[in-house]
Design a protein around this ligand. Structure first.
Ligand code: ASP
Length: 581
């Protein structure tokens, strides 16, 4: 190595020893007779000192020419500092430099590479390799690496085999849009990049691999939303001879292990909630259970008192905001404005204040007596000092709106603390979801998911009511993972494709290989995939997955550093048999 130590490692115990350090010049302070340099590498910062008269004039001269981000090698003697810096681990010592070599010069960087930087987001993305020199940014990648290694070790200990599945696969119409790759040697034909290795991992079960995992890149050409990346990473897993509980137990174990080993947090058994219950209590299939504020159905308590809005509503639902009875007019108006925003779309908000003197004050006093409101409060679990917020309308719509309001109130009341983690499993998702646009059902999870046995008979009569043997792991309102027990029977898989609107020919052309495989002794199997980027962000206490990806794309799907995507030249297109119109 060109160094004897790293910049983060020297302590007072090494005083008097001669060492060689390498790294980047973070800062130069030149006071004429005295000069200090903060030398940085991945491991920390060590202060180098130079003194007129004491240091070699040659060394002094070289030091004077250094600028930010020069790469240097410095030999010297470790000495105790006169004025110590208790903010850094090496703050008790400094290095009196005796030899200095410039290993590489640097242009002045476009932004300051320190914890506090003056660089804006765009600039830092363009020079991502420089931003990665900053502690805060690098630490996120270190966390990611730690998590990946912990996952590998945990699963390897349980006999999981890591297998790489292909990246050039076949385009299928299910799910999101595929990224396609033209094949030069098969003109007019295309590969697709995998949205997930789903069918391959199932085939590996047919192969008898029994337990598979892969930390794998997946690609989805979706319209970009705030924190979506066109390429992202999954911890993808599959197991044979399992029932749902076996999969949940295994991956609950993994999640528990990760939290314990990396964050020192221990959990009891994760609660399980059905999709139906999650929708009823929280209006969301990924409820944030760091706080209660569960929905209470007020249909019965609100009908036939002359208030048309409630009388005509399919669902009248309330939540209780503890200790908010003192909300001012202005605060209540702000809540009304919140639910009326076009993204939420409620027409209005009804409130009931449970006053300190035991009376109630509501925005619908004209229609409801104190007795009526008391009944609401009882149903909503509201006590003196609380505020009940009520929305009404069509069931699905109003649940969605109330979910937004509940999360908003959770934020307002500081109930969604980033260092508080509350995992849960959501189970029994619907198998099929009606797609208004194409006027047919599509698979809510994916077409390989097995229906619950007891619901199978409804596949023809009431397909929308059939529940799937599918599950999601949700932590703090974020979907961290999802999976299912799979269909492993050809006829069942065929039937499923039929329900999804595939003709036999289409099913055969697209998934014939899987159905064929099911005829050669496919074991019962199931699995799960975790969103690895999201898991990293969650462990880092952040909501932005982009920060946990070494070289992410921006919100327009562009890599601004390498400037991609970009046009290719005509010859290349010609070779690929592609004509641009
Ligand atoms: N392949 C699925 C997905 O990407 C996960 C699974 O079912 O294992 O969502």
């Amino acid at each position: 190595m060109l160094r004897s130590h790293t910049c983060g490692e020297l302590r007072i115990e090494q005083a008097g020893t001669e060492v060689v350090l390498t790294g980047w010049v973070q800062r130069v302070r030149d006071k004429g007779a005295l000069m200090w340099i903060d030398l940085r590498d991945r491991y920390g910062i060590t202060q180098l000192t130079f003194e007129e008269g004491k240091s070699d004039p040659h060394v002094m001269e070289t030091a004077r020419k250094l600028g930010r981000e020069f790469v240097i090698q410095a030999k010297g003697v470790v000495v105790e500092r006169y004025s110590k810096n208790d903010k850094i681990p090496t703050g008790d010592i400094e290095l009196n430099v005796t030899e200095l070599e410039v290993l590489n010069a640097s242009n002045t960087p476009p932004f300051v590479i320190e914890n506090d930087t003056d660089g804006g987001e765009d600039l830092r993305m363009k020079y991502r390799y420089l931003d990665l020199r900053r502690n805060e940014v690098r630490e996120k990648l270190e966390l990611r690496s730690k998590l990946a290694i912990a996952v590998r070790n945990y699963l390897a200990d349980l006999n999981f085999i890591e297998v790489e599945t292909p990246v050039l696969i076949k385009s299928t119409p299910e799910g999101a849009r595929d990224f396609v790759v033209p094949s030069r040697i098969n003109p007019g034909q295309f590969y697709a990049l995998p949205q997930s290795p789903q069918t391959f991992k199932q085939l590996l079960m047919v192969s008898g691999l029994d337990r598979y995992f892969q930390i794998v890149k997946c690609f989805r050409d979706e319209d970009l939303r705030a924190d979506r990346q066109p390429e992202f990473t999954q911890i993808d897993c599959e197991m044979s001879f399992v029932k749902r509980e076996d999969v949940l137990e295994t991956f609950e174990g993994m999640t528990r292990h990760l939290f314990k080993s990396i964050k020192g947090i221990e959990f009891g058994t994760f609660p399980q909630i059905t999709y139906a219950e999650a929708m009823e209590k929280y209006g969301s299939d990924k409820p944030d259970i760091r706080f209660g504020m569960e929905f209470k159905n007020l249909n019965e308590e609100t009908q036939n008192k002359g208030f048309n809005v409630f009388d005509q509503a399919e669902l009248v639902v309330g939540i209780c905001a503890k200790g908010c009875a003192e909300y001012t007019r202005k605060q209540l108006d702000a809540l009304t404005d919140f639910v009326r925003r076009p993204q939420i779309g409620a027409k209005g908000l009804v409130y009931v204040k449970c006053n300190a003197d035991g009376t109630f004050k509501s925005s619908v006093d004209k229609f409801y007596s104190q007795e009526d409101l008391k009944a609401w409060a009882e149903k909503a679990g509201a006590e003196v000092g609380d505020l009940i917020l009520v929305l009404s309308g069509a069931q699905n719509t109003v649940r969605k709106q109330m979910n937004e309001l509940r999360l908003h109130m959770g934020n307002e009341l500081g109930l969604r603390k980033s260092n508080d983690y509350k995992p849960l499993w959501v189970i029994d998702f619907p198998l099929l979801e009606w797609d208004e646009e194409i006027e047919r059902y599509h698979a809510m999870h994916h077409p390989f998911t097995a229906p619950l046995k007891e619901d199978m008979s409804k596949l023809d009569s009431a397909p929308g009511e059939v529940r799937a043997n599918a599950y999601d792991l949700v932590i703090n309102g974020v979907e961290i993972g999802g999976g299912s027990i799979r269909i492993h029977d050809r006829d069942m898989q065929k039937l499923m494709f039929k329900h999804l609107g595939f003709t036999d020919e289409e099913a055969k052309a697209q998934f014939g290989f899987l159905m064929d495989a099911f005829e050669y002794g496919a074991p019962p199997h199931g699995g799960v995939a975790f969103g690895f980027d999201r898991l990293c962000a969650m462990f880092g206490g952040s909501e932005t997955i982009r920060d946990y990806i070494a070289f992410p794309k921006n919100t327009s799907g562009r890599d601004v550093m390498i400037d991609s995507p970009s046009p290719v030249n005509n010859d290349q297109l010609k070779e690929l048999g592609i004509k641009l119109s």
